[in-house]
Every structure is written in C-alpha cells, then in structure tokens.
Ligand binder design. Sequence first.
Ligand code: NAD
Length: 256
Amino acid sequence: MQLSGKTALVTGSTSGIGLGIALALGRAGANLMLNGFGDAEPALAQVRALGVKAFHHAADVSDPQAIAAMVQATEAAFGAVDILVNNAGIQHVAPVEEFPVDRWDAVIAINLSSVFHASRLCLPGMKARDWGRIINIASAHGLVGSAGKAAYVAAKHGVLGLTKVMALETATSGVTCNAICPGFVLTPLVQAQIDAKTEGGLTADEARRQLLAEKQPSLEFVTPEQLGELACFLCSDAARQVRGAAWSMDGGWTAA
Ligand code: NAD
C-alpha cells in the first residue's frame, strides 16, 4: 500500500473532515495519531478496523505546549511524524464590531497558530528524513471573504500564506506543503450554521439548500471521503512537485 510504514498525525480527527482524511490515509496503509475533542473511541475503532495502528491524543491545539506534547507522543509511539494534516478548526459568526474578542483569539489560535506550531515541530524530523507531507485544511474562505466570518476568513487567508512560505522553505527537499480549500462539507461545523437558519423558520432541507445556493454552484456538499482521496494524492510520489498549492474542492464556489 502507498503509505505503509508512514505515520500521519491529523488534528481534529474525531469527527468531520479530519476523520474522513484519517480514514483515507489509513486505507492507504498509514498509521494514525488522531486528535480532537469528544469520545475518540468510535473514530479509533473505525481506523483500527482498516488494519493500521492508531492512537488518540487529546491535545487542545490552542495551546502550543499541548501541541508539543502531542508531536512528542506521536514520535514516541511510531518513531516519526511523516504526514501532518493540520485540520482542527472552529467557526464563529458575528459582524466585526460585535465580534467577541475571546472568540477572535480562539479562532486565530486554533485555525492559524496551531498550524505554525505543529508544523515547526514536525519539520525538523521530516527534513532529516528527506520525506514529509504537510497538508493544511484551509477553506474557500482562504481565498474569498464572507460577511460575519472575520476571524475565520483572516485565519484561513493566513494559513494559505504560511503554506506558501513553508513550501518555499522545503522546496529542494522531499518535504512538500500544500493547502486544501474545501467548500461546504456537511459536518457539525456546518450543521451549526444550518441550525441557525432553521431557528429563523426554515425547514432543515430548505436551510441546507439556501446555504448551498448562496455559495456553492454545484448545489452539492463536498464530502470528507472526497477530501480524504485528495489528501492521499498529495501524499503520493506523483504530487512531489505540487508545492505551495491552494487546492480548491468547492463545487465551483471560488470559480465565480
Ligand atoms: P468539525 O467541527 O466536524 O470537526 C472539527 C474537529 O476539530 C473535531 O474533531 C474537534 O474536536 C476538533 N477541534 C476543535 N477545536 C479543537 C481544539 N482546540 N483542539 C483540538 N481539536 C479541536 O469541523 P469540520 O467541518 O470537519 O472542519 C475541519 C476543518 O475543515 C476546519 O479547519 C474547518 O475550518 C475546515 N473546513 C470545513 C468546511 C466545512 O464546510 N465543514 C469547509 C471548509 C473548511
């Protein structure tokens, strides 16, 4: 299998996109360190059922020391972090002048600073082994804005900038760094935005359709499985010269 013998650390992989990516990497043979809040047992069971080794570390990625402990634990368990998927993220929606300062700080810490911290800690080992893959889960909101999402849009644009810098700093090595920019994926993060619309009187179906119609020309959600396959491609030898890319998978959102 393509990724046998490799170890992947996927932040925020107890649910949603992170879990979809972890499962795809596991199917390709990679051992996994999962991370994220909540009961990790269902996610661990799904990954282990693929026949690969998997553990969970509960680091809160808003805390740089917790990230360091998670990277160390992964190296202790598996010997290396070969693939780092920076996926953990949160959302908060409010106009700038009403945006709670603590929510701004949390979104920047979890969606942007954690990418810097996890990457800076994994890069030395990747460079020493001359092989590594850093995949940052940005967003269509890394390329365009939306009203009400100041912190998220700022963080995701920052992730794309950081991705480019890390790609340049590793350009002559076997380490690559890229970002994936999903459109809407039906995960708990997006369900919360649908729930907000149903509180305004729409049915769940109407709310889902309205959310898609506002942004995503395909009128279909992107799936965690599709994003997992793209992550596997970025880990392949064929993707060795894909460096610093902001790879959209967004149903046409940013084509408009
Ligand atoms: P989700 O809410 O389903 O999952 C988020 C994961 O991150 C969970 O495992 C959660 O426990 C974990 N997490 C949250 N805060 C954390 C913290 N402080 N420390 C450690 N783990 C933490 O969300 P999702 O939709 O799967 O989003 C995953 C990523 O994809 C995020 O970066 C998000 O911005 C991005 N994204 C999502 C969509 C979408 O439509 N769902 C679109 C574009 C980009």
